[in-house]
Design a protein around this ligand. Sequence first.
Ligand code: ARG
Ligand code: ZN
Length: 873
Amino acid sequence: VEVFRTDYKPLPHLVTKINMDFVIENGKTTVTSELFIEPNSSVEGGGDLVLDGDESCVKLMSVSIDGKELEKGKEYDLEPQKMIIKSPAPGTVLKTVVEIVPEENTQLSGLYKSGPMYCSQCEAMGFRRITYYPDRPDNMAVFENIRLEADEKDYPVLLSNGNLVDSGKLENGRHFASWSDPFPKPSYLFAAVVGNLGYIEDTYTTTSGREVKLGVYSEKENVDKLHYAMDSLKRSMKWDEDKFGLEYDLDLYNIVAVESFNMGAMENKGLNVFNTAYVLADKDTASDADFERVEGVIGHEYFHNWTGNRVTCRDWFQLTLKEGLTVFRDQEFSGDMNSNAVKRIEDVRMVRARQFAEDAGPMAHPIRPESYISMDNFYTATVYVKGAEVIRMYNTLLGTEGFRKGMDLYFERHDGTGVTCDDFLQAMADANDVDLSQFSLWYSTPGTPTVKYSSAYDASTGVFSLTLEQESKSDKPLHIPVSVGLMDKESGEEVVPTTVLDLKESKQTFEFNVKGDVVPSILRDFSAPVKLMPDSGAVDEEALAFLAAEDTDGFNRWEAGQRLYTSSIFQNMNGKESEKTLQYVFDAFERTLKGEKLDDYSIQAYALLLPTEATLSEEMEIIDPTAIHKARGAVKQKIARKFQNEISAKYEELSGLVEADGELSVDAKSIGLRRLRNVMLEYLCSIKETPEEQKAAAELAKKHFENASGMTDKMAALSALASMEGKGTEARDWALQKFYDDADGYSLVVDKWFSVQALANLPDVLDRVKKLTKHPDFTLEVPNRCRSLVSVFTMNAPAFHNPSGEGYKFIGELLVELDKLNPQVSSRLASSLIRWRRYDEKLGALMKAELEKLKAMKPISEDLYEIVSKALD
Ligand code: ARG
Ligand code: ZN
């Protein structure tokens, strides 16, 4: 069933308090719940109480009031997805008993088993798979007494939200613990973890003096990999106090790492549950990117305590209220901890490659969607990262101080309640005394807006005018902040520093008084999630070359280089290579390689990297993955060959610096060094046409592998080796075997081993991937493992989009099996097939055929059905 945003109705009855008792036995968990029901004072009329419950998961054993069983058909009714209690009196205490089987819950929503532990995932609608309840975020209740009972030897750890209030031994080797959370919360923030776990402990004292006990838990053999998460947590707590004046509010903060987890992590009050991939990290097993992700996600979930938990969403259409805002906060945190400029480049790459792609497909939706069949399908790049870009625009328009004032007012007004995106906007507007009504269109407009620019300089008056014209799916023009700086053409000096232009009309001209002609640097820092393009359609390469060399804004200097690379790649694709463009590309590359105007290794590395195939795809009306791959590869080769000596020299120079760096550390500088050196390695290894070249490339990569300072270098070498053929074959096979053996069964490293092979640039990669699905370590039941091979393969564009259609068929067939196990994972994977209209007729038809087969499949999950049917509409 499709649900619409505008159909929102408040609940006539609220559960204001709940007690629960979990009796966990092997193969059966009995859940007894007491719901304290009150009429909702803001709703007239009363009527029936509707509780959500997923009959495919919970088996109702009894329902009673004051010890009296209710009569079915008379006092209550049961439907597959709900229980209806006929007109309950105020003050009613409803008691239900249900049985669930977490051991058989392969969907990983509700209570399920992962390795040696039972754990829960309730967002968005998993609580109804645990008990009957108004499972929506506008029902806030105190979870007063949550009692967990299990065998003491097998499950020594019993955790839930809030504070531990009681615990003890019971007969037959069993024990229990009771937890109480003083903060009223919606059911999606409930959590329970019961298992045989190890942990590390620490404390953090807040500015106002609250001492908080911190615990990070995992399977016992991984406890030594929890320290980075703990440090990240403390840094997050401090940062939120410094930046937003927000302190933690309970005496306890626990994090549990779980191997089988659908998403990244979950911000349950006082008890975060994490995918192991975002908690576990040590120098031998985690790459720099892994360390950064752990820090970022630990921060993200911690920041949710205020932006999500203390102030939550009224209904699920408002998801970006908490997610967009919290992503913005975690981005700022990561930037502050490492480098803001680098983080911005990484985030923009993500918006362009993933969010723009979503906008250009059948699942395009505004950051606040209008309808859904399965809410889990809307935890998207649009809601999260475009949502964060919208928050960033408030920050740009209001300034850091104005934004902070808005945040303060938002908490002052809404603490302890569930609200809407409109409430957030209103707080921002009122705190700054500005009108944001036009800005609100960002919440209802799907798709990527475009901004076209043209400019003119009048030498007689010294007026430079910049004309901006916007286009979007909105009837009325959007309010788009466009950050602009002007650079003097002659001197290369910045003559107008970054200025935020308020583009509010469909076409608007902005004038500047200058002393000579200038080059505009537009959309600095990617001030709005739009596509910027010249009005004429033709890129001014001379201006780009100028900006790539001179722009005082680091982000736009990087951007100009990327645009030049892009021009050259498309020229190559269309067989119309211009020497001039290539020269600009060479100049930009050379300057960057020399490190002119650069003080940051990471930025230097990113500026030397060509745009990804995914980013290039978004520049094409009809995507040709094979042509993109070829053209990008060709330009890369040209650069590599032209600068082979310089790149080699740089590689050696950096090798010396990496060595001098000593013991591996994950600060921004060391990360940058490795990043830049690995880009050098990538270019050098791309030269492998002749047998001699193959041998040289393989030797270099093998040496890099053997001398790797840690997982980052190891992976860089292994991904180069994984694509080697001819004289490189032996080194490739050796390294893959070695890497696997060294992993020693540790899941997160075995995942990398699968991924690197799925991404290999080899003619028979599909056969290899198919064979790997039969590997004893492969399983569809653990999402990380499934994604590490199968989802990662769909990102290997030339292989997945092979003209034979075999790649699509492989995914289509796998989805049949996967959907029975885990709909959330299957619908995510199916997203790889839905953009069939973006490809040529042949590829499109092959993708469509797979979608049609899936649509006809019976049974099919709601999640998958929504994705495939929207794709075929
Ligand atoms: N709130 C979590 C986060 O962003 C994501 C949970 C998503 N879960 C889901 N089943 N869709 O931190
Ligand atoms: Zn989140």
